[in-house]
Design a protein around this ligand. Structure first.
Ligand code: HAM
Length: 444
């Protein structure tokens, strides 16, 4: 019997990979445009890192971690999210001593033991950014603008930004008391988990998916009524800056985020086109986390964007993905002598920087031509005894069917000029013209 992949995981197979390359290209290019540099950290970390950062009242830590114990007493956890590992790495490598702001981005697999459904997986990929060292609302706006630019670059204009502030520990302590007072009379109606949440972290109640708890939470006090002057001012300034950028947002006091480290600004970008798991991106400020992890306290913020959800949203919106790359040349040998020559010719073509293939199975001409067609080769050259004896062959343009005679000794020169002509006639010429028109600010 075939062994299947674990539940909640996906295979990113060759026919789909161009979608991943498209979004990975857009996210890294946009992050770099905003001055963020890539960081790569281990896929597993000491379990205590997540308990101390993501928090021991979050679902991620209490229910969803993939934890393994290795030899001795060590306990490791597959990374459920990117922030904790990145901050650990910045502290451990002294990156924060190199001056502020520090801005990093990452594209990583994450692991959460959740109930799989459309848009929710046990292994998923996240594009994330973290910025350390600025308490200014301009930093919050910069992060939000970066996420919005990525969505825009993907061709999405229908993903809504929901914005909230959950204040600092001081305003939150008053808010917690208010929530306790509100929920206490409903204690017996709340689910088992919310009963625990009421004692440990009543804000988590606002995140509960149970219809009964949701209904009770409907009229609960809202955090923005409890913000201290500084937090309110910060939040209002952020809104002003976003208005200046003409970024649309909905103020949504229900956004509290599922991880414990947040302070002040929190936000989510939500798509209505991909079902219940529509949060494509979530993030916010976490001004207390670095201090809690043993570093010298510094303000920080960031976001994580789920790439599976991003691709699902793009598919639902009919966005375009970059075309998969196709070979420039396929060489079809007929017979053993021709195969030897094809191998060397193919090698020379590749060394010159082109993508080329030749037959390595020993098939007849017809199946070879079918194969060349299937892989989308731009040109084909057939080599048999006749071609080898005369030193001449025909280079076939697979789009137009036109054949150009080619002396094998001059193959590279003839092939590269035919390829340049083809690329100009079929698309790239238009792309260059469009890019020039756009850069001049003109209409197409
Ligand atoms: P998060 O909201 O837990 O935040 O995850 C960020 C995004 O990852 C979600 O909005 C969603 O698109 C995607 N995601 C989360 N869980 C799954 C899943 N099971 N399947 C598919 N996609 C998923 C964080 O992880 C924070 N570290 C974000 C952050 C960075 N905040 C500040 N800096």
């Amino acid at each position: 019997m075939l062994i299947k992949r674990p539940k909640g995981t996906q295979d990113l197979i060759p026919s789909q990979i161009h979608k991943w390359k498209t979004v990975e290209g857009i996210v890294s290019q946009t992050a770099e445009q905003f001055g963020f540099k890539e960081i790569r950290t281990p896929v597993f970390e000491d379990t205590s890192l997540y308990v101390r950062s993501v928090g021991d009242t979050s679902d991620v830590v209490t229910k969803e971690m993939y934890t393994v114990s290795s030899k001795g007493d060590d306990s490791f956890t597959l990374r459920p999210e990117g922030t904790a590992g990145v901050i650990r790495a910045m502290l451990e490598n002294g990156i924060m001593n190199e001056g502020f702001p520090q801005k990093v981005y990452y594209v990583i697999p994450c692991y959460r033991h959740e109930k799989p459904q459309a848009g929710r997986y046990r292994e998923f990929r996240q594009f994330g950014v973290e910025m350390v060292g600025s308490a200014s609302p301009y930093a919050d706006a910069e992060i939000i603008l970066l996420a919005a630019s990525v969505l825009d670059g993907c061709g999405l204009d229908n993903v809504e930004l929901h914005l909230n502030s959950i204040g600092c520990p001081e305003c939150r302590s008053n808010y917690r008391d208010a929530l306790k007072r509100y929920f206490e009379p409903h204690r017996s109606e709340l689910c088992q988990t919310c009963n625990e949440r009421l004692d440990k972290n009543p804000m988590r109640l606002l995140d509960c998916k149970s219809p009964i708890c949701k209904n009770i939470a409907k009229d609960a006090p809202i955090i923005t009524d409890y913000l201290c002057d500084d937090c309110r001012e910060h939040f209002e300034k952020l809104q002003k800056i976003l208005d200046g950028y003409e970024i649309k947002y909905a103020l949504d006091p229900k956004i509290v985020r599922g991880l414990d480290y947040y302070t002040r600004t929190v936000f989510e970008f939500i798509s209505n086109d991909i079902g219940a798991q529509g949060t494509v991106c979530g993030g916010g400020r976490y001004d207390g986390l670095i201090g809690e992890l043993g570093g010298q306290s510094a303000p920080a913020l960031g976001f994580g964007m789920g790439l599976e959800r991003l691709i699902l949203t793009m598919e639902a919106a009919g966005c375009e993905f970059e075309e998969p790359k196709t070979p420039d040349l396929y060489i079809a040998p007929m017979g053993e002598r021709a195969q030897e020559k094809s191998a060397l010719l193919c090698d020379a073509v590749r060394r010159a920087g082109y993508a080329a293939e030749f037959d390595i199975i020993g098939r007849g001409l017809k199946p070879q031509m079918r194969y060349a067609d299937k892989i989308g080769a731009k040109f084909v050259v057939v080599l048999g005894d006749n071609e080898l004896d005369s030193g001449e062959a025909k280079l076939k343009n697979m789009r137009t069917g036109a054949e150009t005679p080619v002396v094998l000794e001059d193959f590279l020169t003839v092939f590269s000029s035919a390829l340049i002509n083809e690329v100009f006639e079929n698309g790239l010429g238009d792309e260059i013209a469009d890019a020039v028109t756009e850069s001049l600010g003109g209409e197409e």
